[in-house]
Design a protein around this ligand. Structure first.
Ligand code: ADP
Length: 370
């Protein structure tokens, strides 16, 4: 493997606002503050239209903010054209030139960056080797599979030895099996280029959970949450994050302070975090389906009673849909001696420490914002 000296560059969004319309009345990115450390993989995760691509294009220089600054490697690049920002970019539709061979496609970016002619063949070979495409230099894009074309696109982006790599849904045009292979490839590439910062736009939580050091959750032009995958999964701060990063049971509860409890549909549940919340406050209790078991819990646990409305077999688990006083509770159960039938009355349990209490204000913030 050829390793070239690369200097990592972090990315900083400093209150970046992007708006469209005659009077900038449509805000599509609202005062984004976010820092990607040198060598860090940051996923921008959110539903379609939340502003992810806009944020990435603001770093690339294809979108001009109405206010705020973009910094790369500590340098304000807000006014610089894309080719002077030292970035490599890969988009969903490979965007290779069909009439050029693989090697020419990879060389194209180098020429655009005014790389000295003599260095170009070596750089092309290096990038193709890194992406496992060394044997395909003389092929045309139409002679490659979708996954191979995307590798060439990545090689083209890496050839300029960027400090920052911008990936916009790079796997979404591939089928499921290729996607998981490419995910592993990207993780390997990042290990080989530990100083390169990667900003990765995706609406796919699995890609974000697998690849990212940290995930920034966007919704309706706003940054809702940012943290490591583990933090966001285990301790989501908002109901939006809880339901977007993984699957969540979100139960409306009322805090019954002192003893560390909450009321849910007329029952008391033990939730240690409730001891810190104001008595009588409305909140959302988040419990992951795989932490909900079938059967009654012990005296210190929490038990819910309800009616089975749906059973899905998912290979390793059964997902039970249980209606508890009209609230839907999901339980992913690993070993079932007997599969419950629709309409069966069942008990469910979860441990107090497996429940996350989300204060109402934050929970609502994720749900609606204009
Ligand atoms: P995402 O990547 O999260 O799907 P985008 O950043 O592509 O979202 O888009 C955010 C919003 O900005 C969308 O509502 C989109 O319609 C709007 N938008 C994007 N580009 C333009 C444009 N050039 N002119 C007007 N509106 C745009």
């Amino acid at each position: 493997m050829t390793t070239a000296a690369r200097t990592g560059a972090g990315i900083r969004f400093d209150h970046v606002t992007v708006a469209y319309g005659k009077h900038h009345e449509h805000t599509v990115l609202d005062a984004l503050d976010l820092t990607v450390e040198p060598g860090e993989v940051m996923a921008l995760l959110g539903p379609s239209g939340s502003g992810k691509t806009t944020a990435l294009r603001a770093v690339a220089g294809f979108v001009q903010p109405v206010s705020g600054r973009v910094l790369i490697g500590g340098r304000d690049v807000t006014g610089l054209p894309p080719y002077r920002r030292g970035i490599g970019m890969v988009v969903q539709q490979y965007a290779l030139f069909p009439h050029m061979k693989v090697a020419e496609n990879v060389a194209f970016g180098l020429k655009a960056h005014k790389t000295p002619r003599a260095q170009i063949p070596g750089r092309v070979a290096e990038a193709l080797e890194m992406t496992g495409m060394a044997g395909y230099a003389d092929r045309h894009p139409r002679e490659l599979s979708g996954g191979q074309q995307q590798r060439v696109a990545i090689a083209r982006a890496l050839a300029i030895r960027p400090g920052v790599l911008l990936l916009d849904e790079p796997l979404s045009a591939l089928d499921a099996q290729l996607r998981s292979g490419m995910l592993a490839e990207l993780a390997r590439l990042h290990r080989e280029l530990p100083d390169v910062s990667i900003l990765y736009v995706t609406h796919d939580q699995l890609e974000a959970l697998t690849l990212a050091d940290r995930i920034a959750v966007l919704d309706q032009a706003r940054l809702r949450d940012c943290g490591t995958p583990q933090e966001l999964y285990r301790r989501p701060r908002t109901a939006f994050t809880a339901s977007f990063v993984g699957t969540a049971n979100l139960l409306p509860v009322t805090v019954r302070g002192a003893g560390g409890g909450v009321d849910f549909a007329g029952r008391r549940l033990n939730v240690p975090a409730a001891a810190q919340a104001a008595d009588g406050a409305a909140a959302t209790l988040c419990v992951r389906p795989h932490l909900v078991g079938l059967g009654a819990g012990g005296p210190a646990g929490n038990t819910l009673h309800g009616t089975v409305t749906e059973v899905q077999w998912r290979g390793a688990t059964h997902r039970l849909y249980v209606s508890v006083d009209g609230h839907r509770v999901l339980a992913d159960v690993r070993e079932l001696r007997e599969t419950p039938g629709l309409g069966d009355e069942v008990a469910l349990h979860f441990a107090p420490e497996d429940a996350v209490l989300i204060p109402a204000g934050l929970a609502e913030d994720g749900a609606h914002h204009g």
